[in-house]
Design a protein around this ligand. Structure first.
Ligand SMILES: NC(=O)c1ccc[n+]([C@@H]2O[C@H](COP(=O)([O-])OP(=O)(O)OC[C@H]3O[C@@H](n4cnc5c(N)ncnc54)[C@H](O)[C@@H]3O)[C@@H](O)[C@H]2O)c1
Length: 365
């Protein structure tokens, strides 16, 4: 039966790993970090407009696979992401991700994208947005503990958004540190390789921990704390996986993304249920104080929240369309008669005559 209305377009923009890498290379990493940071900041100011839930995690012996859904009135998004610290021994990334942006009005998936690289970008952007508010204004030196896949992104975000000029870096794997030093050699940062976490942390204004180890680790211990330090704890992001000793949290004002999720997953998992924390959106919107003195110790207990991926997916969607990168695919069937799914498996098929896949550059040309 022929339709008598023009069908709503439900095609999906597909961005695979090479597409996303091209987008970041064409735009430049600093532009992407700044763009995602601006969107995260703006979306955190719309906090009450989002339908929020802690992510859904499936745990196994060596890792976790998580689904991270969120929506506002117009857009629904989710990210699929894993965390498997032993993966690098198999030649596979610790963290891999992809995600979807869907139209709330119809439920149609409008973007399907690789999100491993965007996860590093949005995590760094989120950390830097938090530190811009919570760290001392004249912070110039950052210790970076854990020099794996995420580390360069943190370095560049803190250089551009916070004003960090010197990095004191340490990893239990010297090859990871050598890789970081190599990758950052022309980025306008002084990078000092250290022999231990304690050495790296000494004298730093900001300490970022971004290690991967599925255990209750205490990478930062209380005697390492110096007055006024800001801790950006990124790697403690899953039950049974921490980086900060509980007394570091006791000594600090602790800020989180979304409290119900961080209580389960963050370094906060070690603390009693009534341990006081402040959600960052309240500081960004002026409803709560952030840092109140130069001597105060602050912690951003980062675990990664779905709004950050929503922001990153929108940045990717807009930038891919602007640059003409990606393919338009029929991920779900667009039929001549939407009530006749059965006809799509008939001899003639009943899919709209759209090609299965075409470059967005051709379509928008
Ligand atoms: N909070 C977030 O939003 C968010 C987002 C992405 C990743 N993460 C987490 O960040 C961490 C790093 O991710 P990645 O992709 O860079 O992983 P990766 O495996 O590439 O790198 C992790 C590095 O940590 C090092 N390391 C492990 N234990 C250490 C220790 N005790 N001291 C110093 N270094 C140590 C490892 O040698 C490795 O080089 C992971 O735990 C991941 O789950 C968090």
């Amino acid at each position: 039966m022929a339709r008598n209305t023009t069908p709503t377009d439900i095609s999906t923009l597909y961005l695979g790993a090479p597409d996303v890498a091209r987008i970041v290379a064409r735009k430049g990493l600093p532009v992407c970090i700044a763009g995602v940071a601006d969107r995260i900041h703006a979306d955190f100011l719309r906090w009450s407009e989002f339908d929020k839930t802690p992510r859904v995690a499936n745990h196994s012996l060596d890792g976790v696979i998580e689904l991270m859904p969120i929506s506002d009135a117009d857009w629904y998004s989710f990210k699929y992401v894993n965390g498997h610290p032993k993966n690098t021994q198999l030649g596979v990334s610790t963290v891999m991700a992809f995600g979807v942006l869907a139209d709330v009005a119809t439920g149609a998936p409008r973007l399907l994208a690789e999100l491993t690289l965007p996860t590093a970008i949005r995590t760094a952007a989120m950390s830097a947005v938090a530190a811009r508010t919570l760290a001392r204004k004249n912070s110039r030196v950052m210790a970076l503990i854990g020099n794996g896949a995420q580390s360069e992104f943190q370095a560049i975000a803190f250089r551009d958004i916070v004003g960090i000029r010197t990095l004191r870096v340490y990893d239990v794997d010297p090859r990871a540190t050598a890789k970081l030093v190599r990758n950052l050699h022309d980025q306008g940062l002084e990078v000092i390789a250290c022999e231990s976490t304690a050495e790296a942390v000494r004298g730093a204004d900001i300490v970022t921990t971004i290690t991967a180890d599925k255990q209750l680790a205490t990478i930062i211990t209380p005697e390492m704390i110096e007055p006024g330090m800001h801790f950006n704890g990124v790697g403690g992001d899953c039950p049974g996986k921490t980086e900060l000793h509980a007394d570091v949290l006791h000594a600090a004002s602790v800020f989180v993304e979304y409290e119900p999720q961080t209580r389960i997953e963050g370094d906060l998992q070690q603390m009693p249920a009534d341990f006081e924390v402040i959600e960052l959106w309240r500081v960004l919107s002026g409803q709560a104080a952030g840092r109140t003195s130069d001597a105060q110790v602050t912690v951003f207990d980062s675990v990664g929240f779905a709004i950050e991926d929503y922001s990153a997916l929108h940045f990717l969607n807009d930038t891919a369309r602007e640059l003409g990168i990606g393919d338009v695919i029929q991920l779900v069937p667009q039929m001549n008669d939407p009530k006749d799914l059965f006809a799509t498996i008939g001899p003639a098929g009943d899919l709209q005559r759209a090609p299965a896949r075409s470059s967005i550059a051709t379509i928008s040309a």
